[in-house]
Design a protein around this ligand. Structure first.
Ligand code: HAM
Length: 555
């Protein structure tokens, strides 16, 4: 059999690498707490419309990279059956119900005996979303069963009734769902199309695995009425995101982000340039505390919605004479959303893109002042940045401040994080005015960066060893060894438990790989309560009373 593998662009994260992941996450949580951020966890999939409206239809993320599926129309059979039974009862088509054990047996296989009509045949009825051979088979099987020796013996009255009157077979489906096949015509099953008074189909919904989390956080802000608290919401998240990108080093289809958003009504100060500077200062601290060195903060302002509209017009005009020489994506973007031309990665288009006007020239006074205030606060806090007038970011919701932190050690995928302000996002997805700013860092890329750094300075991170390895001498002491391990682990020590079937040499080898000390536990040790401990670093062997063992191993 072909072996099953992790899907392209996804991967398993294994120990000891996961230790590094956890260390980064722990550092992030600690820094977020110091800056008064609380954790938010939103669903991993959302209505597709959220991303289409929030991130933007023309972005690469939405137009090419989302994992989207139709959550199919669902048939509510229970409602359909109840609705049909009510109607036929009201019409007096049947009287009573057989109610006996026999009909309960049928019910289990999805077939109803609708009772004895005043005249004519009794009926076996089944209900389906549409006409299927399976539904017809179950009716035919029910008929066979109804006339079988088992039924004659166990339910003589019912069987007699069926034998005398015969049985009609009926398949009820919602109107418009019948499919007349020759099989149905020859099976003797009557198909009834029934129009229920209550809806029996729950409508389809397009769902998408989240490609990013800002839209989800803003949706949650609106849905949970967080704006009504009047407080600035400072929320962080850690979790997987999904984009169908071409996998390469640092770029995966399931990747992880650590992100944060500051959002609230304008009167809570959410529009203030101080918030932008504070987020950027926090990021500088966060990266420093994670041990990431040599990063660059690239900064730009993409202006207000009005500035961007103006810039889009300027770009459209500038593109007109040259767009014919560009890729087909750019030709489309030049019409629908010229700003997205700046995302183009096609090498031949880059010289043309370099000549296009920059957004800084389209900013109005207010946007310029806002950006100046962000820069002044960064200067005051000593956070170093580089201005990059081409940094427009690949998501449509950005307004004003945009930024990326890049790292030279990452190769082509050099952005360790990106973010910016999104003053109109809440309104774009139907919420109140709620300006915000945030960022997301690629956890996979942070790990790659730290691994590269650690490879360059291996001494910086010695492998962490367990406090002890317990080696039972013989399987008879396995149970007692487990009790000792429990005692030590509950006492806060990290302990690995060997197995009594191992020879002593094997236990020593296994212990030396993972632990600082080995504790030998044989029948003698168990009886005397004095354990033999060997310290691998010093080579010394000691006899330690059980009551002192925890403290001894700790040192
Ligand atoms: P983004 O620039 O699309 O922004 O992603 C942020 C970071 O996620 C990137 O800088 C990168 O480190 C990482 N990343 C993105 N795609 C991949 C991938 N395929 N594989 C590995 N890492 C990846 C956003 O997602 C915005 N929501 C950020 C934001 C928050 N803006 C405001 N608030």
């Amino acid at each position: 059999m072909a072996t099953l593998k992790a899907v392209r662009g996804t991967r398993d994260l294994l120990p000891p690498e996961t230790e590094l992941w956890n260390r980064i996450e722990t550092t992030a949580r600690a820094v977020f707490a110091r800056y008064n951020f609380g954790e938010i966890r939103t669903p991993i999939f959302e209505d597709t419309g959220l991303f289409a409206r929030g991130v933007g239809e023309e972005t690469d993320i939405v137009s090419k990279e989302m994992f989207t599926w139709e959550d199919g129309e669902r048939f509510d059979q229970g409602t359909f059956v109840r609705s049909w039974l009510e109607e036929v009862k009201a019409e007096g088509r049947f009287v009573g119900g057989s109610g006996g054990q026999f009909s309960e047996v049928l019910r289990e296989s999805g077939v109803y005996w609708v009772g004895r009509p005043i005249t004519g045949q009794p009926e076996f009825v089944t209900f389906g979303e549409e006409v299927t051979s399976r539904a017809i088979q179950s009716l035919l099987a029910a008929k066979t069963f109804g006339l079988s020796p088992t039924v004659i013996q166990r339910y003589p009255q019912e069987a007699d009734y069926l034998r005398r009157n015969g049985v009609n077979l009926r398949l009820v489906v919602p109107s418009g769902k019948a499919a007349a096949t020759s099989y149905i015509e020859t099976s003797g099953v009557e198909i009834e199309q029934f129009q229920s008074k209550v809806p029996v189909f729950k409508s389809k919904q397009s769902l998408t695995l989240r490609p990013e989390n800002t839209a989800g956080v803003v949706r949650a802000y609106i849905e949970n009425k967080l704006g009504e608290t009047g407080q600035l919401q400072k929320l962080y998240y850690i979790g997987p995101q999904f984009r169908r990108e071409r996998p390469q080093k640092g770029r995966y289809r399931q990747f992880w982000q650590i992100g944060a958003e500051v959002i609230g009504p304008p009167f809570a100060g959410s529009e203030s340039p101080l918030r932008d500077a504070e987020v950027l200062e926090m990021l500088a601290t966060l990266l420093d505390e994670m041990g990431i060195t040599g990063w660059t903060l690239e900064l730009n302002s993409v202006g207000s919605a009005a500035d961007r509209a103006r810039y889009n017009e300027t770009l459209r005009a500038a593109l007109e004479p040259v767009v014919g020489k560009m890729c087909t994506d750019c030709q489309r973007r030049a019409v629908t959303n010229p700003l997205r031309v700046l995302d183009c990665k096609v090498p031949e288009d880059q010289p043309i893109i370099a000549t296009l006007p920059v957004i800084a020239d389209s900013l109005d006074e207010e946007s310029k002042n806002h950006f100046a205030a962000v820069k002044a606060a960064l200067d005051a806090a000593g956070v170093v940045y580089t201005l990059n007038p081409r940094l427009v970011r690949g998501l449509d919701y950005y307004t004003r401040t945009t930024f990326e932190f890049t790292h030279g050690g990452l190769g082509a995928q050099n952005a360790i994080l990106g973010g910016g302000r999104y003053d109109g996002l809440s309104e774009a997805i139907g919420g109140p005015k709620a300006p915000g700013i945030g960022f997301a860092m690629g956890l996979d890329r942070l790990v790659l960066t730290l691994q590269a750094q650690e490879a360059a300075q291996p001494a910086a991170m010695p492998a962490k060893k367990l406090d002890a390895y317990i080696a039972p001498l013989g399987e008879d002491v396995n149970a007692a060894a487990l009790a000792l391990a429990r005692e030590l682990r509950r006492g806060g020590l990290s302990v690995e438990l060997g197995d009594g079937s191992f020879r002593l040499k094997k236990s020593f080898e296994a212990a030396d790989r993972v632990a600082r000390k080995i504790v030998i536990m044989g029948e003698d040790e168990l009886a005397s309560g004095i354990l033999t401990v060997k310290d691998f670093a010093t080579g010394t062997q000691s006899k330690v009373p059980r009551a002192e063992l925890r403290d001894f191993l700790k040192n």
